[in-house]
Design a protein around this ligand. Structure first.
Ligand code: UD1
Ligand code: UDP
Length: 370
C-alpha cells in the first residue's frame, strides 16, 4: 500500500491541507500520515481542532520571534528521523512557507518524491513576498507532482520547463475548506456589536511588511476610520509580537469616542469563525495570500496591502485591488470604497477563479492512480 505523508506547519497550510488529509484518509488504497512542524503553535492547533485532524508526528519547532534560520534548520534537523522511520512513498507539502521549503529539501536529500499542493504561483520577485517566492520556486525544482490550482499557475510551470505530464490543474483546496465552513445561521457577539455599521475586516502579517510598511498601513486605516464614524473594524490579530506591537502603537491609545472604540482587536479567529466574519464584512483589508483566494467566492472586495500578488486571477475577477503599503494610496482607495457606491459595486460580486471545491478529490485520485 502506498504511504502518503502530508507535512505542514502554519495556519494557511493547515486550512488547505486538512480537507485533503480527511479525503485521503477515506481512500482505502492509501495509508495517510500527518507530520506537523509546529512552525505555528496556537494558530495551527486551532485549525487541527476544527478539522479533527490528529497528527502522527509533531516537530514542535516554534520559538518566539523565530528567524528564517531557526525555522529552516530546526525542521531539517528534526524531520530526518520522521522520514527515515515512516518511509513515505510520497510527501505532500503546500504552498510557500519555510515549512514547505525545508520539508521539500529534506525529502530531496533522502530521495523521497514530493507532491506540491498549490504549485505554480509566482511573482518572479524573490523579495516579494519574502521568503515565499523563493520557497515556492525552489520546491518546484524538487517536486515530482505539481497540483496547480489554476490554469495560470500551470502555465507558469510549463513556461519554466516543468514536465507537463506531472502538472495537474485541480482547483485550490481553500475552496474545499470554504464549502464546509460558511453557515447561513451563523451568530457571533462581535458581529452583533458591528450590526448596523459597515464592517471592515483587517489582517496583516507579511514579513516584508513588518516595521515601516505596516506602520503606514495602520496609519492610513486609522485616518479613514477617524473620518467615517459609520465604520467598525474587527482585527483578528496575528500572534507575531512585532505585528502586535505595531498595532498597539497606531490603534492602541486615543480620545474617547475615537476609532479605538470602533475597532476590536481580537485573538486569531478559528477558520470557521473567520470565514463567517468574511461573509458578513463590507470590505477586507489584508496582506494575506489565502484571503485573496477566499474573498472572490464570497463577493467581498479586498484591498491587498502589498506591492505584488501571485494571485492575478482575483484581480482579473475584479474582487481584489493591489494598493501597496503607502499611507496615501491605502487612504485614498479605502476612502473611495466607502464613499463611492459604484466603485464598491464594481468589486462586490461573487466570482470563483479558484475551483469548484473538489480539489482534494482530484488530488487523491491522482495519488491513487500514479
Ligand atoms: C508564516 C509564513 C508565511 C505565512 C504565514 C501565515 C514563513 C517564513 N512564513 O509567517 O509564509 O503567510 O506564516 O500566517 O514560512 N506566533 C505565535 N503563535 C502562532 C504563530 C506565530 O506565537 O501560532 C508568533 C511567534 O512569535 C513566531 C512569530 O509569530 O515566532 C512569527 O511566526 P512565523 O511562522 O515565523 O512567521 P509568520 O509571519 O507567521
Ligand atoms: N484566517 C483564520 N483566522 C484569522 C485570520 C485568517 O482562520 O483570524 C484564515 C483565512 O481565512 C485564510 C488563512 O487564515 O484561510 C490565511 O492565513 P494567513 O493570512 O495567516 O496566511 P497567508 O494566506 O498569507 O499565507
Amino acid at each position: 500500500m502506498k504511504t502518503v505523508m502530508l507535512v505542514f506547519g502554519t495556519r494557511p497550510e493547515a486550512i488547505k491541507m486538512c480537507p485533503l488529509v480527511n479525503e485521503l484518509k477515506q481512500r482505502t488504497g492509501l495509508k495517510t500520515l500527518v507530520c506537523v512542524t509546529g512552525q505555528h503553535r496556537q494558530m495551527l492547533d486551532q485549525v487541527l481542532e476544527v478539522f479533527s485532524v490528529v497528527p502522527d508526528f509533531d516537530l514542535s519547532i516554534m520559538t518566539q520571534n523565530q528567524t528564517l534560520f531557526d525555522i529552516t534548520s530546526l525542521i531539517l534537523n528534526r524531520i530526518r528521523t520522521v522520514l527515515e522511520t515512516a518511509k513515505p512513498d510520497v510527501v505532500l507539502v503546500h504552498g510557500d512557507t519555510s515549512t514547505t521549503f525545508a520539508t521539500a529539501l529534506a525529502c530531496y536529500y533522502l530521495r523521497i518524491p514530493v507532491g506540491h499542493v498549490e504549485a505554480g504561483l509566482r511573482t518572479y520577485n524573490i523579495y516579494s513576498p519574502y521568503p515565499e517566492e523563493f520557497n515556492r520556486q525552489a520546491v518546484s525544482i524538487i517536486a515530482r507532482y505539481n497540483f496547480a490550482p489554476t490554469k495560470l499557475s500551470r502555465d507558469n510551470l510549463i513556461r519554466e520547463g516543468k514536465d507537463k505530464a506531472r502538472i495537474y490543474v485541480t482547483g485550490n483546496t481553500a475552496i474545499d475548506a470554504l464549502k464546509t465552513t460558511i453557515r447561513s445561521d451563523y451568530h457571533n457577539e462581535n458581529l452583533d456589536w458591528a450590526a448596523g455599521s459597515r464592517l471592515i475586516l483587517l489582517t496583516a502579517h507579511r514579513r516584508e511588511n513588518l516595521g515601516e510598511p505596516m506602520h503606514h498601513m495602520f496609519r492610513a486605516i486609522r485616518k479613514v476610520m477617524d473620518e467615517h464614524p459609520e465604520v467598525k473594524a474587527i482585527y483578528p490579530i496575528h500572534m507575531n509580537p512585532r505585528v502586535r506591537q505595531e498595532a498597539v502603537n497606531v490603534f492602541g491609545a486615543g480620545a474617547a469616542g475615537g476609532p479605538e472604540e470602533r475597532m476590536r482587536i481580537i485573538d486569531p479567529l478559528d477558520v470557521l469563525d473567520f470565514h463567517n466574519f468574511m461573509a458578513h464584512a463590507y470590505l477586507i483589508l489584508t496582506d494575506s495570500g489565502g484571503i485573496q483566494e477566499e474573498a472572490p467566492s464570497l463577493g467581498k472586495p479586498v484591498l491587498v496591502m502589498r506591492d505584488t500578488t501571485e494571485r492575478p486571477e482575483g484581480i482579473e475577477a475584479g474582487t481584489l485591488k493591489l494598493v501597496g503599503t503607502s499611507e496615501s494610496v491605502i487612504y485614498r482607495e479605502f476612502t473611495r470604497l466607502l464613499d463611492d457606491p459604484l466603485a464598491y459595486r464594481q468589486m462586490a460580486h461573487a466570482a470563483n477563479p479558484y475551483g469548484d471545491g473538489h480539489a482534494c478529490q482530484r488530488i487523491a485520485d491522482i495519488l491513487e492512480n500514479n
